[in-house]
Design a protein around this ligand. Structure first.
Ligand code: SAM
Length: 287
């Protein structure tokens, strides 16, 4: 069979391009060779082509490839009525717009099942109530949130500057003996954040509604600051730097390349793709 060999960092971008152009053979599993991936392809394309065998995907895996699950809402690219036979799916929606505006929200088109955009999403032992149209939420960030929560040490004071409904804040507060201060400018996100603090029974999260540039002025200094606003987080870096302790660390998520972040970086990691050719990076900044 034909395969396209590429470096792992290029994986998500390549997968999307191959899918868009109908080149990816969706019946087979992508091969993982450590630093490289090999995509099963239907015809030759640009890049390093190899001859190799691929493992066939099971029906269930083929299907799972196509949708995101937020609580019991399936967000599909292509609708298949069998999706509603799954026990964990109550409603089916499709993205209508890209994430947009200060609140980073998007519109959805209702396709099937119960017409209700509010749900409860479970992630790493926490529950998040949210409305997919009123707030930002991305289930694909679960691993990243877990990664950050593992870095936090007992006794830290943490600031989540763009907290949304609280998935970084609540996970950290639940797993570690720390104090988390969480800000969001979207009143709906703030309402769900408070609700989620209650549902998850965490007493160590302090929620604030407002622009983080103003809110931080009345807060103390922090050991760790999370800045999860990839499109324009850099505009808020000065506010974060004014509140970080000498030995503290800022986790800055940004779509900007490394050359544009003129700070002392300890670590850089590609987190997810923002669009087919743009990636979200996490820069761990030491003041
Ligand atoms: C990309 S979302 C991230 C939400 C959350 N961290 C998560 O992982 O689900 C960015 C959030 O920042 C909020 N936001 C945008 N500008 C803000 C500002 N100036 N001050 C506080 N929050 C802001 C938006 O309302 C949105 O909920």
């Amino acid at each position: 069979m034909l395969g396209l060999k590429i470096r792992k960092e290029e994986g998500e971008k390549t997968r999307k391009i191959l899918l868009q152009n109908g080149i990816l053979d969706k019946s087979y599993k992508i091969k993982n060779l450590g630093d490289y991936l090999v995509f099963p392809i239907l015809k030759k394309t640009e890049g390093e082509i190899v001859e190799t065998e691929f493992e066939k995907l099971k029906e269930r895996e083929k299907f799972e490839f196509k949708f995101d699950l937020i609580g019991d809402i399936a967000i599909v690219e292509n609708y298949d009525s069998s999706i509603l036979r799954r026990k964990n799916v109550r409603s089916v929606y499709k993205k209508e717009t890209n994430v947009d505006g200060t609140y980073r929200t998007r519109k959805y088109v209702y396709l099937a099942g119960t017409k209700n955009t509010e749900t409860i999403h479970r992630e790493y032992g926490c529950r998040y109530m949210l409305d997919i149209e009123k707030v930002y939420f991305n289930p694909r960030l679960a691993t990243e949130r877990h990664r950050i929560s593992k870095k936090v040490k007992a006794g830290e004071r943490v600031l989540d500057m763009f907290a949304g409904v609280g998935p970084f804040s609540i996970l950290i507060a639940k797993k570690k003996k720390v104090e988390v201060h969480s800000i969001d400018i979207n009143p709906d996100a703030f309402r769900y954040l408070k609700k989620n603090i209650e549902i998850n029974k965490v007493k160590n999260v302090f929620p604030y509604l407002g622009d983080c540039k103003d809110v931080v002025k009345k807060l103390p200094e922090f050991d760790r600051i999370i800045m999860n606003l990839p499109k324009n987080s850099l505009e808020f870096l000065d506010a974060a730097l004014s509140k970080i302790k000498k030995k503290g660390i800022i986790h800055l998520y940004s779509i900007k390349p490394e050359e544009e972040i003129k700070f002392n970086m300890e670590y850089v990691q590609q987190v997810k793709s923002y669009s087919p050719r743009v990636f979200v990076w996490r820069y761990d900044i030491k003041p």
